[in-house]
Design a protein around this ligand. Structure first.
Ligand code: BV8
Length: 230
């Protein structure tokens, strides 16, 4: 059985990482246009760096750990003898820390920095600013940005995701509001015979496209559902 999983902020909520669309619709006090677009970065790089520096620091807080949903996915992948791909919209590293191996972070990774001139990628756990020197090219200063896909930018791995989706047997969407494209379009790109399952606290605009919608917390429902496949 070829399994494709798509996760969103809802799978990390119980690990203490805020989701994007809380009641106020703001994102940690900001409108996404002000902190998550290339235009925002060009307009006010300090604000954008501060926004990601705060999230990078919070992610490394002792209290933020993978939860039972992340662990269940990693365990399932280890036991599964068919093809498995975990696509995540999250930029945290909780899937990787839980032991998942075949992870495709389609919106980038908070703990990585990218040089806008050379394209070099670096693991990055500290702050970034317009004064940050390039680690290997000392005469380059302020050329690093978060290795994160902003609105209006091309997500990563789209061809690989489409190729996997078109003949997968099971598509499992966990904790995503299904409003941001192209991620929200993956369900429609799955093989017509694919079994589609959505695990979410609430109904989403895509819920009707799923054969089974499980309403509940990811930390409870993901382990339960994966056990039901054994
Ligand atoms: C692209 C990384 C084109 C950043 C993210 C106008 C202007 C500009 C763009 C557009 C526009 N109109 C449309 C667009 C396209 C745009 C888009 O779709 N916009 C939306 C708002 C309409 N998309 C893009 O711009 C994408 N790029 O289109 O490029 C292109 C084409 C060719 C060539 C070049 C370019 C890029 C989008 C990626 C943006 N980056 N993240 C960062 O993190 O800082 S998006 C971010 O929000 C996430 O990654 C995710 O993708 C998205 C939605 O978040 P979710 O993960 O779903 O989380 P959310 O909080 O929304 O929902 C949580 C869910 O979990 C809820 O359903 C809740 O019920 C549930 N839940 C909560 N707790 C639990 C739970 N479920 C279970 N258990 C729980 N405990």
């Amino acid at each position: 059985m070829k399994v494709l999983v798509l996760t969103g902020a809802g799978i990390s909520a119980e690990s203490g990482i805020p989701t994007f669309r809380g009641e106020d619709g703001l994102w940690e006090g900001h409108r996404f246009e002000d902190v998550a677009t290339p235009q925002a970065f060009a307009r006010n790089p300090d604000l954008v760096h501060q926004f990601y520096n705060a999230r990078r620091k919070a992610l490394q807080n002792e209290s933020v750990q993978p939860n039972a949903a992340h662990v269940a996915l990693a365990e399932f992948e280890k036991r599964h003898d068919g093809e498995f791909l975990l696509v995540t919209q999250n930029i945290d590293d909780l899937h990787q820390r839980a032991g998942s191996r075949n992870v495709l972070p389609m919106h980038g990774e908070l703990l990585k920095a990218r040089c806008m001139l050379t394209g070099d990628l670096f693991d990055w756990r500290g702050d970034l600013s317009v004064q940050t020197p390039h680690p290997t090219e000392p005469d380059l200063v302020g050329t690093l940005r978060p290795h994160v896909v902003w609105f209006g930018e091309m997500p990563l791995g789209l061809e690989r995701i489409a190729a996997f989706a078109e003949d997968c047997d099971l598509f499992l969407a966990i904790g995503t509001s299904a409003v941001v494209y192209p991620a929200a379009g993956i369900v429609a790109a799955t093989d017509p015979h694919c079994r589609r399952v959505e695990i979410n606290l609430d109904h989403t605009p895509q819920s009707d496209r799923f054969d089974l919608t499980i309403r509940g917390k990811a930390s409870i429902e993901v382990p339960k559902f994966l056990e039901s496949l054994e």
